[in-house]
Design a protein around this ligand. Structure first.
Ligand SMILES: [Mn+2]
Length: 214
């Protein structure tokens, strides 16, 4: 699928950067608003559009870095494209788009869309690197083997990522887990670390730093 990446104008893309400002991109935002297996409420298909819209209100100056990072990093946003409703086809598509971006030595950043897109998003990274550690911010562990008969459900998103043996996960803010996920969690303790919501006051971020360095 070698073709020129089709970008939105700077002004219409993520952060709404002035069109007169010219830069070479390093990061490519991929809008991938899949909405297929959602089980409570909906609207994930509007996720990318709404994130981009809201980003136009964000200040571009970073008070910690004392600069406007987009000028150094260079961020472009892909034009929206059609997303297949078939979950397997959708996963293949996001995987091949991210692969294409990585092949051009750029960094893809995907805006979803429901959680089920995650294994597709990470696939090219998983193939490229020896070890991948995912940071996961969620209320649910998403470690079910399947949900409503769907192995690629949003409720199985992290389980599908962990099907890749070189992937580990650090989950933050989990407040709900099902009984069916516990045996898998215990069996894979070395690859799954959970910072539970109920323990938030006691979270040890030093421990987190060590985990991420491993
Ligand atoms: Mn989730």
């Amino acid at each position: 699928m070698d073709r020129k990446l089709q970008y939105l104008s700077n002004k219409d893309g993520f952060l709404g950067i002035d069109n007169k400002f010219n830069f070479k991109e390093k990061v490519v935002i991929v809008p991938f608003g899949l909405e297929k297996t959602v089980s409570y409420g909906g609207g994930t298909k509007n996720g990318p559009k709404e994130i981009i819209k809201a980003s136009h209100q964000v200040e571009l100056y970073d008070e910690e870095l004392n600069c406007e990072p987009y000028k150094k990093i260079g961020i472009k946003t892909l034009k929206p494209f059609k997303i297949d409703k078939n979950i397997n086809k959708a996963l293949k598509k996001i995987s091949s788009i991210n692969q294409e971006i990585l092949d051009k030595k750029l960094f893809p950043m995907t805006f979803g869309g429901e959680h089920s897109i995650t294994p597709g998003c990470i696939e090219p990274f998983v193939k490229r690197h020896k070890n991948i550690c995912l940071l996961h911010f969620d209320a649910h562990a998403d470690l079910r083997d399947s949900y409503n008969g769907e192995k690629f459900s949003h409720a199985s998103a992290i389980r599908r990522c962990l099907d890749y043996k070189n992937v580990s996960i650090i989950s933050f803010g989990i407040r709900n887990i099902s009984k069916s996920e516990i045996p898998y969690l215990q069996k894979n303790k070395s690859r799954i670390k959970i910072f539970w919501a109920k323990d938030k006051a006691k979270w040890n971020l030093q421990k987190f730093k060590k985990l991420i360095k491993k």
